[in-house]
Design a protein around this ligand. Structure first.
Ligand SMILES: *Cc1c(COP(=O)(O)O)cnc(C)c1O
Length: 389
C-alpha cells in the first residue's frame, strides 16, 4: 500500500502503451545498435533564425520580464487574427475571439473543464491525439469514441454515433489534418459536422495544429470558414509544427467568444499566460513566416516522396498523406501494431509508433514520422528490406 495513493482520476488513466516499447528501445540501444527514431512527432530542424533573433531582442526588454496577462498581449492576438484573415478569410475580433495558449495542448487539455460536467459525454476521434480523451476524463466526462476508418477516408461516421451517447454529448472533437492518419477533411464534411452539431446542440472543438503542413499545394481549411460556424466552434492553433517551434510553447484558440471566454476562465485560475518575449517572437513568425513554412513543407514532401515508394516496393500499402508529417501504414499479415513495431525495432533498429497507442481503431497500423533526413529514411527502408517481414 502506497503512503500517497494516487487519485482515482490518475489511477483511471489509460495504460501508457509505449512503456514496453521504451524499455525495448533502451535494450536495443544498450546492444550498441544504431537507432533510427521515426516515432516522435517533433520537427528535427531548428526554429528559423529570424524568429530566434526576434526572441533575443524581446528577451532584453524589461517589461517582458513581468507577469503576462493570461489572455495574451493585444498585439499577439491582433497578429493571430490578421493571420487567420489572410490564411482562411475568417474575421476574428482580437478582443474576445482570440486567446493565447501555452501550446495548443494546454488549451485542448483545459477546454473540457470549462464545459463538461460529470456524466456528460464527449465525442472523441479514435485513433486520435490522446489529450481529447484524457481531458474529458479529468473533467469527469465520458468519451464516446468515433472510429476513423480507411474506407471512410478517416472521417467519423456521425450518423452511427449511438443516440444514448449523443443525448449526453457536449463537445465534438475533430482534428484535421489528422494525427495519426494524415487525412484531411473537405468542405462537405465540415458542413455535415456543423449541421450535426447544430442538430444535437454540440460544441465543435477543432484541433488544427497541422493546417500548414500540407502537400501538393492543397491547403486544408478552417471550419470557421463556414457561415454560422462561429456560433458553436472553437479552433486550437499552434505555432509548433508550422515554424518548428515545439519547445517554445505557444499557440492560440479562436472562435465563439463564449467558448473562448470559458477557456479563459480556466486559464486565469491555473496559469499566468505566455512569456511576453515568446509572444513577440510568435508575432514575428505569424507576420513573416510564410517563406520559412514553405521550406518546411518542401522538406517533409521530399521525405514523404522517398518513404512512400520505398514502402510500396516492400509490399506495404501506406496511406498517402495529404498533410501532417505522419505516414499511417497497415501492418503486414500476421502482425499486430505492437508486434510489427517490436520487429522493426529489435531486428532493424527502427522506432515507429504502434497505432493502437492512439485508440482501439488504430490497431493494425503503425505511424512513421517524417522527422528525419532523407538519408536516414533511405537507410530505414534498406534495413526493412534486409530484415523482411
Ligand atoms: C503536435 C500536436 C498538437 C500541438 O501541440 P502544441 O501543444 O501546440 O505543441 C496538437 N494536436 C495534435 C494532434 C498534435 O499532434
Amino acid at each position: 500500500m502506497s503512503r500517497f495513493p494516487l487519485s482515482r482520476r490518475i489511477q483511471a488513466l489509460p495504460p501508457y502503451l509505449f512503456a514496453e516499447l521504451d524499455r525495448k528501445k533502451q535494450e536495443v540501444r544498450a546492444r550498441g545498435m544504431d537507432i533510427i527514431d521515426l516515432g516522435v512527432g517533433d520537427p528535427d530542424r531548428p526554429t528559423p533564425k529570424f524568429i530566434v533573433d526576434r526572441m533575443k531582442r524581446e528577451a532584453m526588454v524589461p517589461a517582458n520580464h513581468q507577469y503576462p496577462s493570461y489572455e495574451g498581449l493585444p498585439r499577439f492576438r491582433d497578429a493571430a487574427a490578421r493571420w487567420y484573415k489572410e490564411r482562411f478569410g475568417v474575421s476574428l475580433d482580437p478582443g474576445n475571439e482570440v486567446v493565447a495558449l501555452i501550446g495548443s495542448k494546454e488549451g485542448i487539455a483545459h477546454f473540457p473543464l470549462a464545459f463538461v460536467n460529470p456524466g456528460d459525454a464527449v465525442l472523441v476521434p479514435d485513433p486520435g491525439y490522446p489529450v481529447y480523451h484524457i481531458a474529458t476524463m479529468f473533467a469527469g466526462g465520458t468519451s464516446c469514441f468515433m472510429p476513423l476508418l480507411r474506407e471512410n477516408r478517416f472521417l467519423p461516421e456521425l450518423d452511427r454515433i449511438p443516440s444514448r451517447a449523443l443525448s449526453k454529448a457536449k463537445i465534438l472533437f475533430l482534428n484535421y489534418p489528422n494525427n495519426p492518419t494524415s487525412a484531411i477533411a473537405d468542405r462537405k464534411f465540415y458542413r455535415k459536422a456543423l449541421a450535426f452539431a447544430e442538430a444535437h446542440d454540440l460544441i465543435v472543438a477543432h484541433d488544427v495544429a497541422y493546417t500548414e503542413i500540407y502537400f501538393d499545394g492543397v491547403k486544408p481549411m478552417s471550419i470557421l470558414e463556414l457561415p454560422g460556424a462561429k456560433k458553436r466552434c472553437i479552433e486550437f492553433h499552434s505555432l509548433s509544427k508550422t515554424y518548428n517551434m515545439t519547445g517554445w510553447r505557444i499557440g492560440f484558440a479562436v472562435g465563439n467568444p463564449e467558448l473562448v471566454a470559458g477557456l479563459g476562465k480556466v486559464k486565469t485560475n491555473v496559469d499566468s499566460g505566455v512569456f511576453q518575449a515568446i509572444q513577440g517572437a510568435a508575432i514575428e513568425a505569424l507576420e513573416r513566416g510564410e517563406e520559412a513554412t514553405d521550406g518546411i513543407r518542401k522538406t517533409y514532401q521530399e521525405r514523404r516522396d522517398v518513404l512512400l515508394p520505398g514502402l510500396r516496393a516492400l509490399g506495404l500499402s501506406p496511406v498517402t498523406p495529404a498533410a501532417t508529417f505522419y505516414v499511417w501504414i497497415p501492418v503486414p499479415k500476421g502482425y499486430t501494431s505492437g508486434s510489427f513495431c517490436e520487429h522493426l525495432l529489435t531486428k532493424a533498429g527502427i522506432v515507429t509508433t504502434p497505432g493502437n497507442g492512439f485508440g482501439r481503431s488504430g490497431e493494425g497500423y503503425i505511424r512513421i514520422a517524417l522527422t528525419k533526413e532523407k538519408g536516414r529514411i533511405r537507410e530505414a527502408l534498406e534495413r526493412m528490406k534486409k530484415v523482411g517481414f
